[in-house]
Design a protein around this ligand. Sequence first.
Ligand SMILES: [Ca+2]
Length: 183
Amino acid sequence: MKKLLLILTLFAMTASPAWAGRSIDESTVDLLSPSFPWVFTPGQAFTSEFYVYNASTDTEWISEIWLTFPECFTVTNGWWVPDPGASSPFGFGFDTIGSSDNGAYFWDLDGSWGEIYGGEGGRFYVEVMVGADCECGPAEIEWFLQGDVYGSDPHQMSGYLDTHVCEQTNINSSDWSTIKALY
Ligand SMILES: [Ca+2]
């Protein structure tokens, strides 16, 4: 089906120099868990839950997802669940990024066209161990999406999630009562 679209597209490009191209522009990654304001506690394991959405309106599909945590985090596992009704099989593989193991890398197992179709999304889960030596304060998670390069730019989208390390940055009234009980 996509091959036919490509042939038609090539024909359209030849016929019309003003053809707008295809991209994954405005695609996004959101962090659902831990919930906003996204606080991680040193020495604890978390199953972080991301929502990845492909905003392409012109048939470019996402083929890679990179999620890079602060260096003091260790990624221990990763998996994914497509949205109910998603037409894509989500045929991804999972691995960590590089030797420091603080990143999660989801890649297109069969190559060819991407695995998250335009207008569709799904949840990506990354199990992380937050090092006991993680310093309290702001901590960024960097995300990067690679499209299947089916036409014009952009084929990549990236951004940051401004997470935090330490429970102290997320104190509310019920936490105060817990803390007071300790002393
Ligand atoms: Ca593929």
